[in-house]
Each structure stands twice: as C-alpha cells, then as structure tokens.
Design a protein around this ligand. Structure first.
Ligand SMILES: NC(=O)c1ccc[n+]([C@@H]2O[C@H](COP(=O)([O-])OP(=O)(O)OC[C@H]3O[C@@H](n4cnc5c(N)ncnc54)[C@H](O)[C@@H]3O)[C@@H](O)[C@H]2O)c1
Length: 439
C-alpha cells in the first residue's frame, strides 16, 4: 500500500490533474475542487481553457449545477485550466478523460487523443502518482496501450513507480453532476492497492457504490453496458419497423409488452448518436480476435439506418400531400443527439440531412442549443413543406402548431420521437407520420 499517497488523499493535500476538459473531465475536475482538492485541468483547446479560467462553462446545453459550480471553484482558486503539461509534475493523482472514438471506416479504436495525452503525461509524471483512466476504452487497452506508453515516455515502472486504475464514467449530458455524484462506479485497479487508493479518492465525490475490481473487468463492464443498450435500442427500432409495415402502433405495443414480467423494451427512435453508444460496441469487440460478433454488428446497422428510414417517412408524407421530395423544403428540428443538450457528435440529424440533400430536398436546420442553428424557430419554419422532429428539446414540446401551420408552405409533419399526438395533428389538418406507427 502506498501510504504516503493515501495519507495525502485522506488529508486532501493531494494535488490532482484532469486531462481532457470535456463532458466528463470538466465536471469531474470541478467536483474534486469543490471537495477541497487543488485541481489543475489540462486541455489542448485554447478557447476552452480561457473560457473555463474566466469561470464560464463551455458546455451550452441544460446542465444543472455545472455553471455555478465552475464559477465557484475557479473564483476560489481551487481549479484552473492550462495547456501546459508540466502542471502534471506536481500531481499526485491524474485523471484522463480524453475522447476515444473509433475510426469511421475500420471501426477500430482511434487512440490519437489517448496516446497523445499518455505520452505528454509520461514526460511529466511524478514518481508515485496514481493515474486513473476515465475514458471508455477497449478491453486490454490498460495493459497493451496505457501501461507501455507511460512506461516508455516516463522511464518509470508501473505498479512500483506509478499506479494504474481504470474507472470508466457513466454520465449522460444533461445530468453530468447528478450522475457523477450518485451513480455506482467500477474501480478497476492494476493492483488491489491502486483500486483501494482510487476508491478513497472517489469517496469524496461519489455517493454511489464503488465496486473494486481489475482493469480488464472494468473495461469489459463499461463497453458491455453500452453495447447492451445499443442492441436493446436496435431491437425496439426493428419492432417499430415491423409495426409500421403491418399496420400496428409500436408505442402501444411496447407499453403492453412491458407488462409481461422481465420485459423492458426500450424506446425506438430516429437514430442513436452521441460520443458513446455508437462507438462503445466497436470498442467491446475490438480486441476479440476470432469473434465475429454478428449481433452487435447488426444492432449497429439497424440503429445507423434509422435516420434513413426517417427520410423515407418524409418522402411518403410529402407524397401524401401531393409533393415530391425533389425541390421540397424540409425543416429538421434538432441537431444535437439528445434532448436539451448541445452535443452533436454522431448526430442522427446529420445522416438525415445528407440523405435529404441526396434526394434533392432543400434542408433548413434548427436547434436551440447548437449556435450554428439556433435562430428563431418560427422563422425557420416559414415557407417549409415539411417539419421533421429529430430531437425532443423542450422548445419543440411546446410548439404552437397553429402558428406553425400558418408559416409553412405545406402542412406536413414527421415525428421521429413520438412527441406529437397523431389525432391532434390530423384534426388540425396536418399530414402526419410518426415512427413506429402506421397511418
Ligand atoms: N460524453 C459522455 O456522455 C460520456 C459518458 C461516459 C464516458 N464517456 C467517455 O469519456 C471520454 C471523454 O468523453 P467526453 O464526452 O468528455 O469527450 P469530449 O470530447 O467532450 O472531451 C475530451 C476533451 O479532451 C481534450 N483532449 C483531446 N486530446 C487531448 C490531449 N492530448 N491532452 C489534453 N486534452 C485533450 C479535448 O480537447 C476535449 O476537450 C470518452 O472516452 C468517452 O467515451 C463519455
């Protein structure tokens, strides 16, 4: 047991560093600063660093508690951000929370950010430090990438001169603070000591259960829980397509299915986006040589096809209104991947827009949380032939359909999120199609 490090954590005199100040790293840094630790955050994006250092959160969506917390810990001097990795020379514990995407074509892990962060850290690592990887990584990455990269760049020996833990995050944008504070966490140590020391540190912030295990298990748990979700969503999406084809209503079917014991059918929808669910299934299978994983691959295919299905619904709805897709004007409502969030990574709307453009439509996009598209909603709808709901942002839940109808050139709505009431839409004279529901 590294008693010196443990003692510093217990007395809150340990210096912390957080590498990567995004959706994960920023709230993690701010919460440990509030718990009384001196925290330095490191990122490569200058604009983000200066925004954070002036106490302003770079995250634009609804994020309860984050803006106030950040202001508080920056003005108290407990948290500052920098580009300079030499700040790590003084850090007893280092969290790594950089992005870990997969290559668009090969679907293999793209660890450019991770390797860069590890190498820069290795050159500045304090002897005896604890390094905690919070980023989601493919099974075996701690052993095959993290350990050798830090060893070779630092000249230090793992499990003797520095210690390794993988503690994957479970948060969702919109609930960053709440999730970190309340969710159970898997703390995978390369040694039992490392896991125990990390758990002592996490206890200052995390009220949820801390499950101590090894690195490989932690890698497998995180990627499995998101692959599981992807497969479950794909199932719901497939049933939605079946319901449309046979004249059923998936929303009613789902509600009744879930009355059967042990059934927890998820919600179908217009697509799966974000930084996590679309790539974590690929991370899970990345190093599983000889395993084809047809179920996981099929789930990815189904979920990726949903925005294209929405495009088909747009074509059908327009046709019903006597219009062709070529030359039609379509308003896409929502560009983030999640309601009330500004996160546009792997946006299903991007796939829909590309398809609609291919079909010769003229597309206008609105999203209150994405600065590029955050114009006036009613102005966006003016002169449009069809509005497609892709994201259930609050602003769209309160839509004034009367005002909308007056501004549009044709009265056509496609609902990709089951937010609008079909009977009401029809009674107001809209041609209305909803995912998972036959007309
Ligand atoms: N966003 C989520 O909901 C979520 C949830 C759970 C887990 N995760 C995982 O956490 C990790 C981070 O995700 P995120 O959403 O916070 O990503 P993000 O893109 O919001 O943040 C990553 C940050 O790391 C910075 N960065 C990149 N390379 C760097 C380097 N070499 N040195 C310093 N900073 C660097 C980027 O500039 C960026 O600010 C990923 O592995 C993701 O899978 C994300």
């Amino acid at each position: 047991m590294n008693r010196e490090l443990l003692g510093r954590i217990q007395s809150r005199s340990a210096n912390l560093a957080v590498i990567g100040l995004g959706y994960v790293g920023l709230p993690v840094a701010a919460l440990f600063a509030r718990a009384g630790f001196d925290v330095v955050g490191i990122d490569v994006v200058e604009k983000k660093i200066s925004k954070i250092n002036s106490g302003i959160s770079p995250i634009e969506g609804q994020e309860p508690g984050l803006a106030d917390l950040l202001k508080q810990v920056v003005s108290s001097g407990k948290f500052r951000a920098t580009k300079d990795y030499t700040a790590c020379q003084n850090a007893d514990c280092v969290f790594i929370a950089v992005e870990t995407p997969v290559d668009e074509v090969t679907k293999k892990p793209d660890y450019v950010a991770l390797r860069g962060a590890l190498a820069s850290l290795g050159q500045n690592l304090k002897r005896g430090a604890l390094v905690i990887v919070e980023s989601t990584i493919a099974p075996r990455t701690m052993q095959d990438v993290v350990l050798p990269t830090i060893e070779s760049t630092s000249g230090l020996k793992a499990n003797a001169d520095f210690f390794l833990v993988h503690c994957p995050e479970r948060l969702t944008p919109g609930k960053l603070i709440l999730n970190i504070e309340t969710m159970a966490r898997v703390v995978g140590g390369m040694t039992r000591d490392a896991a125990e020391i990390a758990a002592t540190l996490y206890r200052y912030v995390v009220k949820g259960e801390l499950d101590l295990t090894d690195c490989l298990t932690a890698e497998l748990v995180k990627t499995t829980e998101n692959a599981y979700r992807d497969v479950q969503i794909a199932f719901a999406n497939e049933v939605a397509l079946v319901c449309e084809a046979v004249g059923g209503n998936v929303w009613q079917v789902r509600e009744l299915v879930n009355k059967s014991p042990g059934r927890h059918m998820l919600l179908p929808g217009a697509g799966v986006g974000g930084h996590c669910i679309p790539k974590d299934p690929w991370l899970l299978i990345a190093n599983a040589e000889g395993v084809d994983a047809p179920l996981i691959r099929a789930a990815r295919r189904v979920n990726d096809s949903m925005p294209l299905h929405i495009a088909d619904l747009v074509v059908n709805a327009l046709r019903e209104a006597g219009k062709e897709i070529r030359g039609a004007r379509i308003a896409v409502l929502g560009y983030a991947y999640l309601e009330n969030s500004d996160d546009t990574r792997n946006s299903p709307s991007a796939a829909l827009i590309a398809r609609l453009n291919e079909l010769g439509a003229e597309v206008r996009v609105h999203d209150p949380y994405v600065s590029e598209y955050s114009g006036d909603l009613m102005e966006t709808l003016r002169g449009m032939d069809c509005a497609v709901l892709m994201v259930a942002h609050d602003e769209y839940r309160q839509l004034d359909f009367g005002a909308m109808k007056k501004r549009m050139r044709a009265s056509v709505i496609v609902d990709g999120r089951n937010e609008f009431d079909a009977a009401k839409m029809h009674s107001m004279g809209f041609v209305f199609l909803q995912i998972g529901q036959a007309e």
